[in-house]
Ligand binder design. Structure first.
Ligand code: ZN
Ligand code: ZN
Ligand code: FE
Length: 768
């Protein structure tokens, strides 16, 4: 250099989500701007860099590396050391190095950016209407990455050779597609195809797009290959088409998600606040649960019958944009599409072409597919909004593989999660990775999908577990799988009590160790308890040793076990019985059970062998049934969702639980049940019953916490478990607790339901 200052050369390693986010091009541009020489590359563990130049320029480089990092990057650590200057000229992006341990974080898939969308819609652009357009700021990542370091040959784009025009972009440091690994265009990239369910080709390329739109406009069901698997799509305003899809999919009454082009269309269907609009438009493009507008909203009733909410998403790929937007020069297509995962009932999402053609042949009238393989299946994510921030209901596409930074180092662990909404978790060192949504473990197909995903994760991250963790429930499929795997690997298996896992998961999400003192309120439907009964209305106190059961809902018999879960009326009968209230036919829940069924239930209630439960979920069911809202559920938590949907306004006139001091404290719902029954007999509207009950739950949370604070001195409360997906219970509990001076932890990025369980299992098992 001509200023006479000695040259400084620094070797830098950047860790975090730094591959697949445009980091190397960013470093290249930064070095060029500052007049530095050297190189940048990927290895398994990091982005490695060497830069050489004046000390001032090198220092500016190191600052900007963090301050100006690309928006998709998440930097965990930067390590830098001074090395001897070499005097070599130029700055290069060098070949990736495969060796060395450690792990780089795989980025999630990212929705199409504005620049790419503009090109796709521009008739003069060479990517006009090209469904696989992407750049360093957007496109597929997690679902196409086969191994690390992240380079095109390590993705499912390996089979596509770039054309000269794409090559030029890829090698031009000034181009948005400089080192964009999935870069493609109509001349060289993946190609759209429309197929008949028999597999025969109906149309290709843009013709396939036009034909797919025509099929949808004609009321037919089209299987669409998306980022993480196949969806089934149909016109959401066509009641017959939606009903046909529901029947073919054996979906019961479960709501369908909708795809719309933009926020304005979403607003025609639902109430969309500004924060909700931001969430809809976020890079992850999750399904956002929104309050339905009243009658006159354009979607068919069959989309989400009786449900007060609609799940709505905006397009995550150019293909989805091209399916729901008006396209100049092409016939109109439906503006609101049902977009539901491509599977039968509770099977895992189909993601391989041959398998999809077989499994979805009787569900779809046509297949809108393409030749870019999906390596990792990934369902859509689902989120709600609470107090201006998101609450994860299902973490999957756009978020997975979601890393959680742990407060300390842990040994390599694999936690297998629960039975419903299963995710698993691998953790090692200072990170835990929560997997994408796998699904309900009822079928063999789901078990296979689970097994395959576990293998993919372990391979990608290079983690060999030294300990396994599972739920304490002996009959869960995941527990049995973990027993076999632990035996095969000769590693210990730690069985973690369900609600302790929920509380540990909440602490881990907030970067806190599982033994941090907390009053963990874990309210959900079902979890195997220490005493062999079913828990679900628990307050667990964390600290040294296993979390202690400090309070719980008074247990009632669960007549018929799992049958009661699908029949809220049975939970109502059980709670009436436990409260000593006669089964009066004037109560809808009693009237809903024929006398013969009532006789069976009565004998089950008297039997000492009937399993007992302290479940808050079942209490919510009981109140929904008593209020006449729902006696039988067609899908999980349907009664609770409808009851929540009735609540309007702010909490008023709560029912009262009896709090029986002791160790543990017992929360007796008998007076609540008595008051609900009295209200219903007096003709009180269900909406009022619902509001009084939701307020009662918030009250008892605050009262229990205050009581326990006086005894233990712990002034922090955590709210976890599936019941806290109920935004009304969550918001009102938060308000009551804060007004009593508590610090409150709630879930944001990790689901409060069993989809977050594996994280808690992992940290607890790793610390034993
Ligand atoms: Zn882009
Ligand atoms: Zn090309
Ligand atoms: Fe649970």
């Amino acid at each position: 250099m001509d200023d006479g200052a000695p040259e400084l050369r620094r070797r830098v390693a950047v860790r975090g989500v730094v591959q697949g986010v445009g980091f190397r091009p960013f470093v290249h541009g930064l070095a060029a701007r500052l007049g530095l020489t050297g190189f940048v590359g990927n290895d398994r563990a990091s982005v490695f860099i060497e830069v050489e130049g004046t000390p001032a320029a090198v220092r500016a480089f190191e600052r900007a590396l963090v301050d100006d990092a690309p928006p998709l990057a998440v930097i965990d650590a930067v390590e830098a050391a001074t090395v001897p200057a070499t005097g070599a000229a130029g700055f290069a992006i060098v070949a990736s190095r495969a060796g060395a341990g450690g792990t780089t974080l795989v980025p999630p898939d990212v929705a199409t950016c504005d620049d790419c969308l503009r090109e796709v819609l521009d008739p003069h652009d060479r990517r006009h209407r090209y469904p696989f357009t992407n750049c360093t700021a957007c496109g597929p990542r997690f679902t196409i990455i086969e191994s690390l370091p992240y380079d095109r040959p390590a993705t499912t784009m390996a089979g596509f050779a770039m054309c000269p025009a794409c090559e030029r972009e890829y090698h031009d440091p000034a181009d948005r597609r400089f080192h964009a690994q999935p870069n493609a265009c109509p001349a060289c990239g993946p190609r759209l195809a429309l197929r008949h369910p028999s597999g025969s080709l109906l149309a290709e390329g843009d013709d396939a797009l036009v034909a797919a739109r025509a099929q949808l406009a004609g009321g037919r069901i089209v299987a669409v290959k998306g980022l993480g698997g196949y969806h089934l799509a149909c016109d959401a305003t066509d009641a017959a088409a939606v009903a046909r899809l529901r029947e073919r999919k054996a979906r019961g009454g479960k709501p369908f998600a909708l795809l719309v082009a933009d926020v304005a269309t979403a607003r025609r269907l639902c109430h969309v606040g500004d924060d909700e609009a931001d969430l809809l438009e976020s890079r992850a493009r999750p399904i956002v649960l929104l309050a339905k507008r009243g009658r006159g909203a354009p979607a068919a009733h069959e989309v989400a019958p009786d449900n007060p909410f609609l799940g709505v998403m905006l397009p995550s790929t150019p293909l989805h944009h091209l399916l729901v937007r008006p396209l100049p020069g092409s016939p109109p297509a439906p503006e609101i599409l049902v977009l539901t995962s491509g599977n039968l009932a509770d099977e895992p999402i189909a993601h391989e072409d041959a398998d999809a053609l077989i499994r979805l042949a009787r569900l779809a009238d046509a297949f809108c597919t393409h030749d870019r393989p999906i390596h990792v299946p990934c369902d859509d994510s689902v989120v709600r909004l609470v107090e201006g921030a998101e609450l994860a209901v299902r973490r999957s596409r756009g978020y997975a593989p979601f890393p959680v930074r742990l407060p300390g180092e842990v040994r390599p662990v694999l936690a297998v999660g629960g039975e419903l909404k299963t995710t698993f978790c691998v953790a090692a060192g200072t990170h835990a990775w929560l997997s994408q949504h796998i699904g309900d473990m009822g079928s063999l197909e789901t078990l296979w999908a689970f097994e395959r995903s576990v293998e993919q994760f372990e391979r990608t991250y290079g983690i060999a577990p030294e300990v396994l963790a599972c739920d304490a429930h002996p009959a869960y499929q995941t527990t049995r799988w973990a027993e076999r795997a632990a035996a095969a690997l000769s590693v210990p298996l730690v069985r973690v009590q369900h609600h302790r896992a929920h509380v540990a998961s909440l602490l881990a999400e907030h970067g806190e160790a599982p033994d941090t003192p907390l009053l963990g309120v874990a309210f959900d439907g079902t979890g195997f308890g220490d005493d062999g009964s079913i828990w679900g209305g628990e307050v667990l106190m964390t600290g040294a040793g296993p979390a202690r059961r400090a309070a719980h809902l008074a247990p009632v018999p669960l007549p018929g076990g799992d049958a009661a879960v699908a029949r809220p009326s049975r939970s109502a009968l059980a709670h009436l019985w436990a409260a000593g209230i006669a089964w009066d036919e004037a109560l809808p829940a009693v009237a809903a059970c024929p006398p013969t069924e009532r006789a069976v239930v009565a004998s089950q209630l008297e039997s000492p062998t009937t399993v007992r439960t302290s479940s808050m979920g079942r209490l919510v069911d009981a109140v929904a049934a008593l209020a006449g809202v729902r006696q039988a559920c067609r899908y999980e938590a349907e009664a609770a969702i409808e009851l929540e949907g009735l609540v309007a306004g702010e909490p008023a006139d709560p029912y009262r639980f009896t709090l029986r001091p002791g160790d543990p404290v017992v929360l007796d719902p008998a007076p609540v049940i008595a008051a609900v029954a009295a209200d219903v007999r007096a003709g009180t509207p269900p909406a009022v019953v619902a509001a009084r009950f939701h307020a009662a739950v918030a009250d008892v949370v605050a009262a229990t916490a205050s009581h326990l604070r006086a005894v233990t001195g712990i002034g922090r409360v955590g709210l976890t478990g599936g019941v806290f997906q109920n935004v009304t219970i969550l918001r009102w509990s938060l308000a009551r607790l804060r007004s009593e001076g508590f610090e409150v932890l709630v879930h944001r990025r990790v689901p409060p339901n069993d989809g977050g369980l594996a994280l808690g299992q992992a940290v607890l098992a790793a610390s034993t």
